[in-house]
Ligand binder design. Structure first.
Ligand code: AP5
Ligand code: MG
Length: 192
């Protein structure tokens, strides 16, 4: 079993690299952003709440988000058996502690945190570029700037938290997709 947290700023390539990890290692992918966007498009109660936060570039409150993730894990026990790529979760220290507890209760843990480190100018370019077609409510310049502020204030402290836990692996995420993946693969193969 291999549980990987793919960590990084908005636009750093978490979703893109998750696809490649799925192909290579057959892991189950949970993107909390995708889970929330599905709820928004289906017009659920959670979707209506999430929409207010996402469109402002703010985080959904921890307590709600932890419950959302716990529900996803409980509803997919057979899919998660081989291991999970956590994409977009945790985003706060409180979420990281909850994730540790959730996995411990299931007899497992976070095996590796892959931290995609990308220049800020490139992050903005990537998201603006994607925004031309994505239809994502948060891919516009004002919301992108707020997402980056939120990342610096609330999420980036997790880097030190996981360095403290001894499982943070920094990856230079600036190159082209295949090159970044080969750096990730090297780390993951060494951990497996
Ligand atoms: P979420 O969906 O997680 O979005 P995000 O973190 O802002 O990141 P993105 O999905 O935009 O980027 P990514 O890192 O996946 O990069 P991608 O591969 O797409 O969260 C959205 C919102 O949901 C949050 O703001 C929050 O409101 C809420 N939320 C979600 N989880 C939450 C949580 N745990 N707690 C509270 N709230 C939560 O790549 C980006 C673009 O760049 C793509 O177009 C891609 O093709 C391109 N690209 C990728 N890699 C490269 C490369 N190497 N070179 C050139 N281009 C590249
Ligand atoms: Mg993503």
């Amino acid at each position: 079993m291999l549980n990987i947290v793919i960590f990084g700023a908005p636009g750093s390539g978490k979703g893109t690299q998750s696809e490649k990890l799925i192909d290579e290692y057959g892991l189950h992918h949970i993107s909390t952003g995708e889970v929330l966007r599905r709820h928004i498009s289906e017009g659920t109660k959670l979707g209506k709440i999430a929409d207010q936060y996402i469109s402002q570039g703010h985080l959904i409150p921890d307590e709600l988000m932890v419950k959302v993730l716990e529900d996803v894990l409980d509803s997919n026990p057979e899919l998660t058996a081989k291991g999970v790529i956590f994409d977009g979760f945790p985003r706060t220290i409180a979420q990281a502690k909850s994730l540790n507890d959730m996995l411990k209760r299931r007899g497992t843990k976070v095996h590796a945190v892959i931290g995609l480190e990308v220049n800020e100018d490139d992050l903005i370019k990537r998201m603006l570029n994607r925004g031309k077609e994505s239809g994502r409510a948060d891919d516009n310049i004002d919301t992108i700037r707020e997402r980056l502020n939120v990342y610096h204030n609330q999420t980036s402290p997790l880097r030190d938290y996981y360095i403290g836990e001894g499982n943070y692996h920094a990856i230079d995420g600036n190159g082209e997709v295949g090159k970044v993946f080969s750096l990730i693969k090297k780390k993951v193969d060494a951990i497996k």
